[in-house]
Design a protein around this ligand. Sequence first.
Ligand code: 13P
Length: 238
Amino acid sequence: MRAVFEEYQRVKDERFTRLHLDHIPVIDEDNLRVDFEAEIREAIELGYESVMVDGSRLSLQENIRATRKITDIAHATGVPVEGELGAVFGHETGPLPPYEELFATGKGFTSPEEAKRFVAETGVDWLSVAVGNVHGPLMRHCQKVEAMLDLSHLQRIYETTRVPLVLHGGSGIKKEYILGATRHGIAKINIGTAIRRVYQEALPISQAAAQKAVHDATVLILRELGLQGSRKLVHLDA
Ligand code: 13P
């Protein structure tokens, strides 16, 4: 965390970028408990400008309790917090139904009623939601699916919560869906796989080649989405 912070201080341009701590899970992908509070405290002390606590593998009540703990800590120093509610599937180890079936049944989607309670009781500044989006590949060692978004469901979440919403799993979603989502409450879009893949492919050549590949992919993504100059945040995983 410190190394990323220090490198960011060297290269940052605050006209365009902020340093955000992505996903600190309470329970990780391997079902192990994480000392999320210590990790987030460390980031805040270092100077990260916003943080995310991900309690989405917990029950609603436990997610509220864990997220509230972080908003209390972070808000005391003026640092905004992102929380997550609903199951943004991805990297799963166990068997899952096909993506089309998950989408059609709305399995794992964020409930608008639960979202309202979650936001009111935690005081989060952003809410990451599940409306068909998938993190990276759905199952480990598989290709990423081309995810769809249920925009009317998204609108219902936005109407009940009225906080800026976050779209995780941004790689590979059709542009029409992403732009539609920005009209239904999405204020931040997280993109990882699309830039990590080019990084990994170019790394055997050299570190400089990998950095250039990430730079070029980032420019391409921002141009394709046409979001330059808008107030939407695009979160690119480092
Ligand atoms: P993708 O890897 O699917 O773009 O998702 C990234 C993400 O949501 C990181 O938080």
